[in-house]
Ligand binder design. Sequence first.
Ligand code: FES
Ligand code: FES
Length: 199
Amino acid sequence: MSETFDEATTLKRRTFVAASTAAAGLPLLTSDRLPTSTTTPAPADRLSTVRLTVNGEQRTAQVDNRTSLLDLLREHLDLPGTKKGCDQGACGACTVLVDDRRVNACLTLAVMHQGARVTTIEGLARGEQLHPLQQAFIDHDGLQCGYCTPGQVMSGVACIAEGHTGSREEIREWMSGNLCRCGAYTNIVSAIEQTAKEA
Ligand code: FES
Ligand code: FES
């Protein structure tokens, strides 16, 4: 059976985290990273105009070609709800949906998503009405410091849509790319389980 994109992504992330954890005492991050901001002006030939539909709105920004999708959202489009945890693809804090598939926004370049439909945590609620999974996180106390929560919620929305909610073990498996330093996992699983049952 062929491996799906999501399975491959999950496995790669898990392998990365396992390797990083095994290297006791070593920092998780390396210096080989995308620029975290575009405050240094880029030459004109390194700039691109990116057009996206973000949370249902047409958005346009001129960015350095090396700008990640995460930095485009946070720094150019004023959508700071998506969090930057590791900036290395290891924590899932930056998870957004691109054309309904979950993506680590720190690991992909903005220019690669010309014309895409992006959903961030800011796009889930309908006015004052929270998305059912946002409400379930509150009901089940699925957040402590809350830093990982936007990525957990976005990943959970996709996990439910993918149908990977047959058991608590299956939910854990398919949410394993999203790390929570506060250890709210049990309650996060409960929130996803409840929302999947009610969907
Ligand atoms: S910020 Fe950690 S995976 Fe993107
Ligand atoms: S609630 Fe603190 S990192 Fe998850």
